[in-house]
Design a protein around this ligand. Structure first.
Ligand SMILES: [Zn+2]
Length: 284
């Protein structure tokens, strides 16, 4: 958390700061809380960001990229509990960065992070081209084609759920949406990629698109811990449409059998063992 739909919701919510000039930058929590990763140091960030004009807001996988009228961009990775807000934050004591604009009618941009596991880095175009090249960050899950998906993951022996979480294959999918996507595609999370039949890749691709797009429309998923908020500090709405995530023991919406929870690569997976059987696997 946050995954592609939540970060895309942040990106869309921040579009109104494009064209604004930075008036001041502060790091309100720096003295009280364990610092998250800033590159360069907060003091240097302050100097280098001052007076820059924001020229664009992009998303790379689960990161927000703020472009300026310079050859550097601010890359913010919210990781576990980071949020970007143009509104009052859930708890001001966890405001890590506050950026005020010349246009004081626009609320300052706040980077909020309760646990402080996120990263805020000012990177040159050159550094970004190395860090985010296609070997390190796969195509965006919203843009990848079915053919490319099969081509990038299809030879792997890993379980398909584990492969979906690997950002080198495709980027943007995390633990919540991986379970939801596989349920909708009716593919078992433990199915090894290299045994999935051709039609399974088509189903998987379709499910990735439909789940992520619906989640973006509903502005992401706010779980029971209430951490994720939109840039306007509101809850997302897709959590009410989860069909398996966090629902172990409850009845499957489709078949009525209980949803199972199990652990794959140290992460919880949720699935219906009846709907998500191994029928899309090549026989050995
Ligand atoms: Zn079922």
């Amino acid at each position: 958390m946050p995954e592609l739909p939540e970060v895309e919701t942040m990106r869309r919510g921040l579009e109104k700061i494009v064209g604004l000039r930075i008036h001041s930058v502060s790091f309100p929590a720096a003295k009280r809380l364990r610092s998250l990763l800033f590159k360069p140091s907060p003091q240097r960030l302050k100097t280098r960001l001052l007076s820059l004009v924001i020229t664009g807001i992009r998303r790379i996988g689960k990161r927000i990229v703020i472009d300026f009228n310079s050859d550097e961009s601010l890359v913010i990775e919210p990781r576990m509990t980071g949020l970007l807000l143009l509104a009052n934050s859930p708890s001001p004591e966890h405001n890590r960065v506050e950026i005020c604009f010349d246009d004081s009618s626009i609320h300052p941009l706040i980077y909020w992070d309760r646990r402080g596991l996120g990263t805020v880095q000012l990177l040159s175009v050159h550094t970004m081209s190395i860090l985010f090249n296609s070997n390190r960050i796969g195509p965006d899950a919203l843009l990848i084609t079915a053919e490319d998906l099969q081509c990038r993951l299809g030879r792997s022996r890993r379980p398909v759920k584990v492969a979906l979480l690997d950002q080198r294959g495709l980027s943007g999918i995390g633990n919540i949406y991986a379970s939801e996507i596989l349920f909708r595609a009716q593919i078992h999370p433990r199915a090894p990629c290299n045994r999935l039949l051709p039609q399974a890749w088509g189903r998987l691709h379709e499910s990735i698109q439909s789940v992520l797009r619906e989640a973006i429309q509903l502005k992401g998923s706010t779980l029971s811990d209430a951490t994720y908020r939109t840039p306007q500090n509101r809850s997302g709405g897709f959590q009410f449409h989860h069909q398996v995530y966090g629902k172990q023991g409850t009845s499957c919406f489709v078949c009525g059998n209980p949803i199972e929870r199990f652990v794959q690569a140290q992460r919880a997976t949720f699935a219906c063992p009846t709907c998500q059987n191994m029928r899309f696997l090549r026989k050995l």
